[in-house]
Design a protein. Structure first.
Length: 108
């Protein structure tokens, strides 16, 4: 995601950035968050179906089906997507905070 890379570059370089630029990047991230949420929901459904199918086909316990679920590539993709979504949320929060701080600093 380009916005995440942009924000990372600003922060690591310690570049003073205008409040509006922080808000612009946060808005881009918010739109990406919708797509990330949709993908997460699809992966969650795929994992649930795989677990249910395994449990039904093998007449096993919930614990065994849960263990099987954790071995699936779609579960790995689900966990990665979940982490990506949390990262986006955190960057949006930080971008808003930085915009507020930058605005306050520019006033004084």
């Amino acid at each position: 995601m380009e916005s995440i890379k942009t924000i990372q570059a600003w922060v690591s370089a310690g570049v003073p950035v205008a409040p509006g630029m922080w808000i612009d990047e946060a808005l881009k991230l918010l739109s990406a968050m919708g797509e990330a949420s949709d993908l997460l929901a699809e992966l969650e459904q795929e994992v649930a179906i795989a677990k249910w199918t395994y449990k039904k086909d093998h007449s096993c316990s919930d614990a065994e089906a849960e263990s099987y679920k954790r071995t699936l590539p779609c579960f790995k993709a689900y966990k990665k997507q979940e982490g990506t979504l949390k990262l986006i949320e955190e960057y949006v929060r930080l971008a808003k905070k930085r915009a507020t701080l930058a605005d306050t600093e520019m006033k004084y």
